[in-house]
Design a protein around this ligand. Structure first.
Ligand code: FEO
Length: 399
């Protein structure tokens, strides 16, 4: 038995689903799993485009053999050598020792660092072509999406773009492979979580790649994770355009840290005041409970961000610090922000969060609300003021 899917007559999805691994890159939760997509072009010359993660070696080789039997593979195209796609390279090359490895100069530097020198190699650069018979491949450089070596491969006869990590998603392919076999909205959250956490730092490069792809007629977009796209390509491109321009919606993420409930009560109070002032799309997260990747993903969705934490060791609360650190790495931009927090004998958290907001050039809606212990009297007014100001700014921006 094998699980392959023809994406055109002679181009096949030969990927695998991973529902076992807990953390992608040993960092990002895979609650819904992930697929590692690989593709086989079966022509006079055969080519495999990217491989799969190391834990799925046998399934992967079985997939290839189920289509071409004992026929050799002539080329292994490596668009991106991160080991979620190159884990099977060694085993692949021991099975197909005559295959020529195809990639750009940077890829071969990384290849050597991982695997040593390739027996047969073909170095390609932007615009180079590789004929396979009826099919012909062209290579496009898309550096930093997601590593510096990353490129895309375009098959011109059937107009298939093998896009590497770009347009990928967390989430396994549960029977479906194509976008028109499912409701794509089901995938949107995991696509955005993937984009914001894995590729999100490289928004400028994403914009550059989108401009380059505007000149490429792709009937099928085949990334290394998630759905293969053939019907909703415009939607896909517009989502990536939006995410890489930090275009967000009318709503607020409130992320708080709380040891004994004071800042949590403040978060709930602010959220209620937002609703009373006409902002209904609100997500509240406890940074000690929800993995940072989900919070980051919603920050990529909503314009408003309100951050709150108690002081800890005269500094910021560690799990809030983790969120700030991720936001600094990803360089999230163009948010409207509010800051609140608590202290007893010395501050630390509010100062740090406010400094973060200023450095990120997010727009602060009001003075930060730093409250001693539980909120009472004028503290409550400060929190209400924060919510009212946030509502006014969002309504002015969106309405
Ligand atoms: Fe899917 Fe950057 O690896």
């Amino acid at each position: 038995m094998h699980n392959t899917v023809s994406i055109t007559k002679n181009i096949h999805w030969i990927g695998v689903n991973d529902r076992r691994t807990h953390l992608f890159e040993n960092l990002w939760p895979l609650d819904k799993g992930v697929s590692y997509n690989s593709y086989l072009i079966n022509d006079e010359k055969t080519a495999v485009v990217d491989t799969v993660e190391i834990g799925k070696l046998d399934d992967f080789i079985d997939n290839i053999k189920s289509i071409i039997g004992d026929k050799p593979v002539d080329y292994l195209i490596i668009n991106h050598i991160e080991p979620d796609h190159s884990g099977a390279v060694k085993r692949f090359l021991s099975e197909y020792p005559k295959a020529t490895v195809v990639g750009n100069r940077m890829m071969f530097k990384f290849f050597e660092a991982f695997f040593g020198d390739a027996n047969q190699k073909q170095m390609v650069k932007e615009g180079d072509t590789l004929p396979l018979g009826e099919h012909e491949l062209t290579f496009f450089s898309t550096p930093m999406l997601h590593w510096p070596e990353t490129m895309m491969t375009y098959e011109k006869t059937e107009k298939v773009l093998f896009s590497a990590d770009v347009f990928g998603s967390f989430g396994t392919l549960d029977g479906v492979v194509f976008d028109d076999e499912t409701n794509i909205e089901r995938f949107e959250d995991e696509m955005r979580r993937y984009y914001s956490n894995i590729v999100g730092k490289y928004t400028a490069q994403t914009q550059k790649a989108l401009k380059k792809l505007a000149g490429v007629e792709a009937k099928i977009i085949a990334p290394t994770h998630g759905l293969v796209w053939r019907k909703h390509i415009e939607t896909l491109l517009s989502l990536y355009d939006k995410w890489s321009k930090f275009e967000t919606g009318k709503g607020v993420v409130i992320a708080y840290a709380s040891m004994y409930g004071n800042t949590q009560r403040m978060a709930d109070f602010i959220a209620r005041k937002l609703v009373e002032n006409g902002i209904n799309d609100i997500r509240i997260y406890d940074v000690s409970k929800t993995h940072v990747s989900y919070i980051l993903s919603d920050i990529w969705k909503y314009k408003g961000v309100i951050l709150g934490a108690p002081a800890y060791d005269q500094s910021n609360y560690p799990n809030m610090e983790h969120l700030l650190n991720e936001l600094e790495i990803k360089q999230a931009k163009h948010h409207i922000a509010g800051v609140f927090g608590s202290f007893l004998w010395s501050g630390g958290a509010v100062k740090r969060i406010t400094g973060f907001v200023e450095n990120a050039e997010w727009e602060l809606v009001s003075d930060s609300a730093e409250i001693k212990g539980s909120a009472t009297g004028t503290d409550v007014e400060k929190l209400e003021n924060l919510a009212v100001k946030m509502s006014e700014k969002l309504k002015k921006y969106f309405d």
